[in-house]
Design a protein around this ligand. Structure first.
Ligand SMILES: C[S@@+](CC[C@H](N)C(=O)[O-])C[C@H]1O[C@@H](n2cnc3c(N)ncnc32)[C@H](O)[C@@H]1O
Length: 207
């Protein structure tokens, strides 16, 4: 990678065992939940506590976005058209491969909030994607990443598979710090009522 910010990560950190086009892996729709009901409720509770509403972008989305109450305008971006079509809260749907093209197809300051649930570990160019999240957020808008302890291992980056849950929080915080346009991130484990743990890292746009 030519972006010198990636020098902060060890060689091979962003390699994946399945380096093929993501379109192949995500072609079959998966109308499933990727975390248990307790973790899903914790994501919704966090979004409610942070007051996420207005224009919201759900990055790496599928058929559920986990809000307790739908934002006024929810845009969902992911890999599978049918999954996004089944997302009842969505008002705008975009099929877009962030690993092929990290630039988001939205104007600056379009959104009040951006969220990304249980998916940040699949990004091979996360710093550009985080730059873009800051660009499409209004000043003071928040980008919230949540994750548990499960993943599609062939599609997750090697650096994620080799590290612990606590280190995952630090990795995502590092993405925020190296990206352009965010305040210092907050790291917080969320209370859950079932088995899956739920971690959140979020920061506000400064630009
Ligand atoms: C584990 S699922 C999580 C879906 C959803 N966010 C949720 O909370 O249930 C991973 C999601 O990441 C999306 N995704 C994976 N690779 C992507 C890429 N290169 N660009 C955009 N989205 C991607 C897929 O479409 C898939 O819906």
């Amino acid at each position: 990678m030519s972006d010198s910010r990636y020098d902060a990560f060890p060689a091979g950190f962003f390699h994946r065992s399945d380096a093929a086009d993501d379109g192949q892996f995500y072609a079959p729709p998966r109308l499933v939940t990727h975390i248990d009901d307790g973790a899903i409720a914790a994501v919704g509770a966090l979004y409610a506590r942070l007051g996420l509403t207005g224009r919201v972008l759900d990055l790496m989305s599928s058929w559920i976005s986990h809000f307790v109450t739908a934002p006024e305008h929810l845009a969902v971006l992911g890999m599978n058209e049918l999954e996004l079509a089944r997302n009842d809260m969505a008002r705008e749907r975009v099929v877009h491969d962030l690993n092929a093209e990290p630039t988001l197809p939205f104007a600056p300051a379009t959104f009040d909030a951006v969220v990304c649930c249980v998916s940040v570990d699949y990004l091979v160019r996360p710093l550009e994607v985080f730059d873009e999240a800051a660009r499409v957020l209004r000043p003071g808008g928040v980008f919230v990443c949540t994750f548990s302890n499960r993943c599609f291992p062939t599609k997750a980056i090697a650096g994620w598979l080799a590290t612990t849950d606590a280190q995952h929080c630090d990795i995502v915080a590092t993405y925020f710090r190296l990206a352009q346009g965010f305040d210092e991130p907050v790291i917080e484990r969320q209370p859950t009522t079932a088995v899956d743990p739920l971690y959140a890292v979020w920061a506000r746009s400064t630009s």
